[in-house]
Design a protein around this ligand. Structure first.
Ligand SMILES: [Zn+2]
Ligand SMILES: [Zn+2]
Length: 389
């Protein structure tokens, strides 16, 4: 689970002095987090030890901390297992596992969440977020699965272990905080990868201006989709969608969403990404799609929804479900962000130090002060009131 203590063959450097213990938040009972000292974990083959410099809070962290799912630790819920959540982090490589020469100590990296197991049918096809061995990394069920902050140790800590395939170098000009957002953009990119990728000149609707939806607008625009249409209900977030490249924004509270998409596109949208995932948005998504068009469901509806399946079949509409950030989509997202194709940092609203994680989580959960992305920074930025500077 990333707790190894075998330092034989591990490369370290005088430039990165390593402590023997690290501070880490661990999950006790639901919603109970405690800051403790843990032994520094040693990287194994194909792994590196990352000193975490910043970690963003995701809605899924809030779910894991309260309900456990979708985290699976030692075959069950993650409570009271000395386990650390957190998955959207970046940092600096502090030690290299045996045989690792793909990175150097001191490299700044941002990380994908899922390494998968690397051996099942889905991992072999690059669909490591749909690994058949999810959560199997313990005892006699050890298939080596890794998904940091879900099945292996996460990033609300000073250090974490990462597989080399999950790390992407961060350019010097990119801030720590912005680099934590690459995996969110990677999740948006994965949806578009599954939709076919070649969306330039095609119309794209994104429903739901949460972090993934807002960055889906940015990624769609960067891929050349035209027009890019955002559907949302909160004006402050819709405005950020405009900044990220939405050609049209539809206010779901004031307008007939499907009629408006038809008006803009003529025959319906070629592609739709539903990043809200409720009964209304799923049905809107299908009804606003052009014949032969494609819908990606990038959110997880909590309950079964009543859904116009007949309309989908009669109109030859394709439906895709995507989970997380597969097929190296995060690397492609970084290429856009490194080139400055969009400024993901406009969704970053608040910064806290590691000690203030519970307050940071409260800002994210209650959307205090219109919080969108709340980042915990280890490098001296941020204060207990969540100031952005
Ligand atoms: Zn996340
Ligand atoms: Zn697998």
């Amino acid at each position: 689970m990333g707790n190894g203590q075998n330092w034989d063959g591990v490369t370290t450097a005088d430039t990165m002095k390593l402590p023997t213990t690290m501070r880490a938040w661990v999950l006790g009972d639901p919603d109970e987090l405690t800051l403790v000292d843990k032994p520094l974990p040693a990287p194994e083959r194909a792994e590196a030890l990352v000193r975490i410099d910043a970690v963003a809070i995701c809605a899924t962290d809030l779910e894991v901390i309260s309900y456990g799912t979708p985290a699976v630790v030692e075959g069950g819920k993650p409570f009271n297992k000395n386990w650390t959540p957190g998955h959207e982090y970046m940092g600096t490589i502090a030690a290299l596992g045996p045989g690792v020469d793909e990175f150097e100590i001191g490299d700044r990296v941002t990380v994908e969440i899922h390494a998968g197991c690397g051996q099942c049918k889905r991992c072999r096809a690059g669909m490591y977020t749909s690994c058949h061995n999810y959560g199997l990394n313990y005892g006699d069920k050890n298939k080596g699965h890794r998904a940091n902050g879900f099945t292996s140790q996460g990033g609300f800590a000073e250090y974490a272990i990462n597989n080399i395939n999950t790390m992407i170098k961060v350019p010097d000009h990119m801030s720590d905080e912005e680099a934590t957002l690459v995996v969110t953009a990677g999740t948006s990119m994965y949806g578009m990868t599954e939709l076919g990728g070649l969306i330039s000149g095609e119309s794209m609707v994104v429903i739901g201006p949460g972090p993934i939806g807002l960055l889906a607008v940015a990624v769609a625009k960067s891929l050349g989709a035209s027009p890019v249409i955002l559907v949302g209900t909160r004006e402050n977030r819709n405005e950020i969608g405009r900044q990220l490249g939405a050609d049209y924004v539809i206010d779901g509270r004031k307008e007939d969403v499907v009629a408006r998409v038809m008006e803009i596109t003529g025959k319906g949208a070629d592609y739709v990404m539903d990043c809200a995932g409720n009964e209304t948005t799923v049905n809107d998504a299908v009804h606003m799609t052009n014949r032969g068009g494609k819908v990606c469901l990038a959110a997880f509806p909590k309950n079964p929804v009543n859904f116009d399946l007949g309309y989908l079949a009669v109109n030859n509409i394709y439906l895709y479900g995507t989970r997380g950030e597969g097929k190296s989509a995060t690397h492609r997202a970084m290429a856009f962000m490194a080139a400055g194709r969009f400024d993901a940092s406009v969704i970053h609203t608040h910064t806290f130090p590691l000690d203030s994680l519970p307050e940071a989580l409260r800002y994210a959960r209650e959307r205090v002060d219109d919080a969108i992305k709340v980042v915990v920074s280890m490098r001296g930025k941020g204060n207990a009131t969540g100031d952005k500077s």
